[in-house]
Design a protein. Structure first.
Length: 201
């Protein structure tokens, strides 16, 4: 009897731990099935994260004292690419959540060292500092995106049902679009991380 109880407790703990590990960044909505809540959770994290990267990239892009032109070009590309992604996310917010995006959360990215970039840094020192900070910033974005993909995969799996021998999943355009954005962020930023690390060596 005691052994049975112990086994039951261990199994329950394993289930809880697995659920927490599989949802990561989004563990607060791990059991949520409301499409709006899931999508909003992702957008509320990723939009300000992108905005922060753009702010720092503009400083580097406009610093003519940086001799490494590739870093300035990289920063310009970040500002352009992520500005476009923000517009896509804000459009998604408006069309499927029924309101304009208004910052409602303070994400961990706001506490990162990147926000505290010394104001007196200029030229190549700024470029070097930016490269290091952007690696960490990109890695966090990739983690957020991967955790969201895992969450949506889980939600889709749980919503699957069989009809006439076919597996049917209850997808929603907002889920599909946000999932696509997350996947694009993973692919793009993982490549950029490798590029940044090559410059940082």
């Amino acid at each position: 009897m005691i052994i049975t109880i112990i086994l039951f407790v261990l199994i329950a703990l394993a289930v809880v731990l697995t659920r927490n590990m599989s949802t990561g960044t989004f563990k607060d909505v791990a059991d949520e099935t409301n499409t709006a809540v899931l999508v909003k959770s992702f957008l509320d994290k990723m939009i300000p994260h992108h905005e922060m990267a753009i702010d720092e990239s503009l400083k580097v892009m406009n610093d003519k004292d940086i001799t490494e032109s590739n870093v300035r070009i990289f920063a310009a590309n970040i500002a352009d690419t992520q500005s476009f992604e923000i517009e896509r996310m804000k459009t998604l917010y408006m069309e499927y959540l029924g309101s304009e995006y208004i910052p409602t959360v303070i994400i961990e990215a706001k506490k990162m060292d990147m926000e505290e970039m010394p104001a007196d840094l200029k030229g190549d020192e700024l470029a070097k500092d930016y490269t290091k900070r952007m690696i960490a910033h990109h890695e966090e974005a990739v983690t957020i995106a991967k955790d969201y993909v895992k969450l949506i995969d889980k939600v889709r799996k749980e919503s699957e049902k069989s009809e006439n021998g076919l597996t049917v999943s209850n997808n929603h355009p907002a889920i599909d679009l946000s999932y696509e954005i997350a996947q694009e962020i993973i692919v793009t930023q993982e490549k950029e991380i490798e590029q940044l690390k090559a410059w940082d060596n």
